[in-house]
Each structure stands twice: as C-alpha cells, then as structure tokens.
Design a protein around this ligand. Structure first.
Ligand SMILES: Cc1cc2nc3c(=O)[nH]c(=O)nc-3n(C[C@H](O)[C@H](O)[C@H](O)COP(=O)(O)OP(=O)(O)OC[C@H]3O[C@@H](n4cnc5c(N)ncnc54)[C@H](O)[C@@H]3O)c2cc1C
Length: 490
C-alpha cells in the first residue's frame, strides 16, 4: 500500500526525531514518524533518563550511608537491585507517557493541516523519495515524502572478541536486567558511560568495580586535572582502575567472567569477576537503512555525512547520533529542530557547537561548556586559564563537599570566555549561564560584573574570572602555593 506524499517523514522517534516532528508541527506540516522500538529512544530507555535516575538514587543511598554528617542509619541500610530498577522503570514510563500522550493528541489534524502520525515498524529507503516500513505485524507500507530526516540514533559497539550474552557480559542496553547487585564487575571502557555506571555501582557499595582503559587515564578527552580528580574519588570508593591496560581476552568460564589484561608495566594479569559491562562507544544505526538506494553518503564510521544537518541528497537530512559527531540528547534535539527549520526555509541561526554544554554524572559531578585545555591546545587556540579549588568556596564549605574545582578558559587580551569546567557537587547548575555568555561572546569582565547570589557555586566561576583579571578576593600569592588557586597562560 502506498500513502500519499507527506511534508516530512522522520526515521526514529528518539530525541532528534521527536523534537524535529514537533517543530514541523509548529510550522503546520504533515509529518509521519516511524519508530521500530520505543518512543523516546536512548534519551529515555537504557540511556540518558534511565541512567540518570539510577545515578540520583545511588547518590541518595551513598549520602544516607555516610557517617560524617551528624546522623547515621540505625541498623544496616538495605537496598535491592530489583527495587532500584523498579524506580527507574517508573521514571522511564512517566516520561514516555508524556511523549505518547502528546503524539496521540497530534494525530488529529489541526486547522492549518498540521498532523503527526506515528507508524510502528522498521524503516528502509527504497529510493531517494520512498521509504518502506515493515510494520510489527509483518505488513509493509511504502511512504513518499518531500523531505526526510534520518534520526535512527546509535547502539552500543561490541568488539568481535567480547562475547556479550546479555546476562553475565552486558552492554548499557541490558544492565537493568541484572537479578541483583553483582559482587564484582569489570567495566571495559572508561569513557562517560563506563564511568557513570562505575559511579552508580560504587555509590551502592555492593559491587567491587574494576575499570579498564587503554589510555593512561580515564576520561581521555577531558583535561588531566579533571580526570585525576574523578579517578582519585573512584579509588577512594574502592574502584580498581587498570590504567594504560590492554584487554587481551574476556570470556565466561564456569559461570564467571574471566578477563586477561596486559598491565601498564607489560605484565599479564588474569582476574575473575561476576559480571562485565562493555562500554567502548556507540555506532550509528545506519547499515540497514537502504541508504545506498537513497544515494546518502556515509563516512568511514558509518555515520551519515552532513553539512549543517543536510546529507549528500538535498531533501534528506540527518540529526543526532546517526551523524555520531556528538552523542547527546540536547544536541540531537537541537539538530532535529534545526534541520526542520532549514528544510522549510526558515534560515535558522547556525548551531553554536563551541558553546555546547554537557554534564557527566560521576562522583564528583563534572559539567563542561566550550573549550577545555586539551581542545584549545589541539586547535592551537591561545588561552589563559584560572582555576579555583572548591575548598575556597563558601557554598562548598557549607555543603561539607569541598573536593573538586572550577576552571575558566579565556582569550588573552580580549578576555572573551572560551570554556568552563566545574568538578564538584551541583556542577550542572553552574554551566548554563556561562553557555549563554559564550554564545553571546561575552568576556571575563561580564562575569565579574554580574551579581551572583551568595552562597553559590557560581561564585567560584566569578572568582576565576576575577583572578584572570587580577582582582580576585582570594589571592594567588597566598593560596597558589597550596594549589588552591592557579592562574596561567599568556
Ligand atoms: C547509558 C547512556 C546514558 C546517556 N546519558 C546521557 C546524558 O546524561 N545526557 C545526554 O545528553 N545524553 C546522554 N546519552 C546519549 C543520548 O541518549 C543520545 O545521544 C540520544 O538519545 C540520541 O538521540 P537520537 O534521537 O539521535 O537517537 P536515539 O535516542 O538512539 O533514537 C533513535 C530511535 O530510532 C529508532 N530506529 C533506529 N533504526 C530505525 C529504523 N530503521 N526504523 C525505525 N526506527 C528506527 C530507534 O529504535 C530509536 O528509538 C546517554 C546514552 C546512553 C546509552
């Protein structure tokens, strides 16, 4: 059966596809959105929302288990994995229900003809203008549209040498299926997802975590001081970090996971644990989309090649993880919305990737916006850097949480703000203002001039800016020697 032409056909109802469909609805367009799995994609399921729910619950548990805050649990503080997962599922279905409810409402055409129709099934291009949808009940429908958006996201990468069985050896897609907290678990890959799960399981204190990374340090894309702060916090929670280690083999033997690594010093080590989490990156869901039939070009990694969300075929766009440059919900949504505005002639403002903000849900929390020192050096961008330790900030002292620091990067001469890293509690609440200022090409002087509330974590950002301007309240001459303040660069 062939359905008449639509204004837009979206492949995938994750953050990119859903946001795009809603923006097209604003513009009075007729949209069909095809989803083969769950509406919300990895933004909700086995992804951003589910893992963040776990992280918050685990933090609450870790706080309740503390004995240094004037209270303690009477008797043992108990927690069961299935109960934690039940709360996670409640959060996931709450958010999912909102998305479903809205889709149900928008399925009826509005006065200006706008309509969003959800089709459940697997989508595949037959030609540049036709997509076949194989429905869950086996029926096949062919849809024509004036424009297409590829928003099919990504899935965990599984190296051939690792036998992922979904039970003892899992990816982030299956981690919620554990029957109980494992006694021990190796996490292969110390990027953001691996480190987030290391934090969650370490917070509960029921699982001995081993973390393997090929690089000499965790979070290799972040500045060394950021990665070291997180690594030393992990080690204080009992996490074993195999730095600069090569995974030689990982297999299931007698119901346990046995892995062999070559350590940094070249020695082979064999370790047995109860479970393994493989988190070595994600790959775009593009191989089964019939993109050859549509003439859409992919890069070496299988990501759709795009220029400002436009693929190699003028009326086919791509957004979110299917382009795989940056895998974040906020970026997926922005790109989906941008693509729609572009295809319907709105001449949108370009996305400012240099003002991109992100949070890493670790212990301590890490929030980032704009450049860090590694990227500035790679791109040969001159910068000045100011670092203020949280030990100097009133709010952190009041919270009894003084680990971590705040780091601001600015351009020499003009003082234009280039980037911010916040490592510590409530880091995520500090970055939005600076993301806005970077977008506005604001300067250190603007941060200093702004009236910050007190006591607030953002006073650390203000103090960094003042230090770079030579007018901080706390002085480098006094606290620099102890490493609590650092001011450097041209
Ligand atoms: C464990 C984890 C934690 C994360 N935490 C965060 C976080 O804290 N913050 C953050 O910003 N990001 C986070 N992310 C990343 C974020 O989830 C993704 O970047 C985001 O979901 C990408 O959105 P998307 O729409 O491009 O793709 P997806 O969310 O992957 O959605 C794509 C959709 O397309 C569907 N699909 C695929 N192929 C087809 C087909 N052929 N036909 C029909 N439908 C199809 C899929 O079923 C899926 O629903 C996390 C990811 C993971 C895995």
């Amino acid at each position: 059966m062939t359905t008449g032409a639509w204004d837009l056909r979206v492949l995938g109802a994750g953050p990119a596809g859903y946001a795009a469909a809603m923006r097209a609805h604003d513009l009075g367009k007729r949209v069909v959105i095809v989803e083969r799995g769950q509406v919300g994609g990895a933004g909700i399921h086995a992804g951003a929302l589910s893992s963040k729910t776990m992280w918050h619950l685990s933090n609450d548990f870790a706080t309740a288990a503390r004995t240094d805050r004037g209270y303690h649990a009477v008797g043992n503080l108990e927690v069961s994995y299935p109960n934690v997962i039940e709360s996670v599922r409640t959060a996931v279905s709450e958010r999912r229900a909102l998305l479903d409810r809205q889709l149900a409402c928008l399925a009826a055409p509005t006065e200006n003809g706008a309509i969003v129709t959800l089709l459940r099934g697997n989508a595949r291009f037959l030609s540049p203008t036709e997509v076949e949808v194989k429905r869950l009940d086996g029926t096949i429908e062919t849809i024509e549209a004036k424009n297409f958006l590829i928003a099919t996201g990504s899935r965990p990468r599984v190296p051939d040498s690792i036998p992922v069985d979904g039970q003892l050896v899992v990816t982030s897609d299956q981690i919620e299926a554990f029957p109980s907290f494992p006694e021990s678990m190796v996490i292969v890959g110390a990027g953001v997802v691996g480190c987030e799960y290391a934090t969650i399981f370490a917070n509960y204190g029921k699982t001995k975590i081993h973390l393997i990374d090929r690089q000499p340090r965790i979070l290799p894309f972040e500045d060394e001081d950021v990665a070291e702060e997180v690594a030393s916090s992990f080690e204080s929670m009992g996490v074993v970090i195999h730095r600069a280690s090569k995974l030689e083999s990982l297999q299931v033997k007698d119901g346990k996971v046995e892995y062999v690594i070559t350590n940094a010093d070249g020695k082979l080590e064999t370790i047995r644990v109860e479970r393994a989490l493989v988190s070595v990156g994600r790959i775009p869901n593009t191989s089964e989309l019939g993109l050859e039939a549509a003439g859409v070009k992919l890069d070496k990694s299988g990501s759709v090649t795009v220029l400002h969300t436009r693929s190699s075929v003028p009326h086919i766009y791509a957004a979110g993880d299917s382009t795989m440059d940056i895998a974040l919900v906020n970026v997926a949504e922005l790109e989906g919305r941008y693509a729609v505005e572009l295809m319907f002639g709105l001449d949108p403002r370009p996305i400012r990737y240099e003002a991109l903000s992100a949070i890493m849900f670790l212990k301590p929390e890490v929030a980032s916006v704009g450049l860090n020192e590694i990227k500035a050096q790679e791109q040969k961008i001159p910068y000045r850097v100011g670092v203020v330790a949280n030990r100097l900030i009133s709010r952190n002292i009041a919270m009894r949480e003084t680990h971590g620091f705040i780091k601001v990067l600015a351009a020499p001469g003009t003082g234009r703000i280039l980037g911010l890293r916040v490592v510590g509690p409530e880091a995520s609440s500090t970055i939005q203002g600076i993301a806005f200022l970077i977008d506005q090409e604001a300067t250190l002087d603007d941060i200093d001039h702004c009236v910050h509330p007190h006591p607030a974590i953002t006073e650390g950002v203000q103090e960094c800016a003042r230090m770079l301007l030579g007018r901080s309240v706390m002085k480098v001459d006094v606290f620099g020697r102890e490493g609590l303040l650092r001011c450097g660069g041209g």
